[in-house]
Design a protein around this ligand. Sequence first.
Ligand SMILES: [Ca+2]
Length: 424
Amino acid sequence: MGRPTRTLSTAAVGCLVLTACSGGSDGDGPRSAPPAAVTTTTSTTTAAPPDTETATSEAPTSSPTEAAPATEPTLRVQVVTDGLSLPWDVQLLPDGTALVTERGGRLLALDDALEDPDGAEPREVALDLPELLVGSEAGLMGLAVSPDFEQDRTIFLCHAAQPTGERPDVRVTRWTLDEGVTEAGRDGVVVAGMPLSTGRHAGCRLLFTPEGQLLVGTGDAAEGSNPQDLDSLGGKVLELTPDGSPAAPEGHVEGGDPRILTYGHRNVQGLAVQPGTERLWSVEHGPDVDDEVNILEPGGNYGWDPVPGYDESVPMTHLERFPDAVEAVWSSGAPTHATSGATFLHGEQWGTWDGALAVAELKGSGVTVFTVEGEEIVDAVRPPELDGTYGRLRSLTLDPHGALWVTSSNGEGDVLLRVTARTD
Ligand SMILES: [Ca+2]
């Protein structure tokens, strides 16, 4: 398969909305400029200004009684809260509480956010994590809720750590929430030893598969040998049981750590399961060129090998060096957008975007919605409601009602957004 989506207009249009299109950084550091005002978009969606109105009356999962041609949705963006600092991940508990991690180390809860987002106020959940290490892109990052949360009240956090007497690393730890979600009790380490250097390229995205396995998207720690080193957990997607054992005890990569699902990645920031399938999609940052959207094939090499040293001029998928490397489903070309969190949109309220892959962008300060047919991306649009409006965007999570939750990543005054869609 070639890379037909390289020609998608989004790759070119993306630059129009960037303030930092040219060169160099991953866009994951401090914001260097405010987001640009946007007047150009590929989307034909009717732009609606952001609002803070109550938006609980939608019935997004209702079924129409007669089939009508799907149309692009109109989005309604609700600022649930605007007092956050570098929120990283957002997930919903079964009782409708929203949990948010901040990179600086706070775990926040917003009670009843699912049903009453307008009234939701963040409050801090006590988290005894003295070994947390915060710096550069690292800190408290990915968050996952146990599929059995109603029984085990367990959550998983990915964070950088400086344990006493040990090397700093990135690790996933397991916690038990009390009944009132006021305190998280330490319940062990799921996986430790993911490499950490300066804090650059620290990962770290968590996702449970429908089969109940925990995926961990890791970064290469900006150390060139990690992605192809099958004993290193850096530049990988790991597949674990909830207790940290290899999900496939025999492993997926011959001679490698059995926890490795895929390797040859640079900094996996997005993981998503395609609805109705078992396909796992990942999103990662490129260097000066080629952010990538990939489909994960167990044992696959995704072709990043920036050696000697940390040579970022090599291709994101180095087919000369690795002819069998798995090619990206989509790559940005130049410039990069600093693609981050991703989720599939699901539900009839999303119209033509039902089943599309939504990808947040840090440097791009927006969201790209990729229309997916099977294993191919056939179209891409940038919803104007989210384009440059809230600065850098980090994470996307779809809630049980089909609303999209979004975190920004600007440093202060960061927002948690709830985005609903309608086609009427
Ligand atoms: Ca690649």
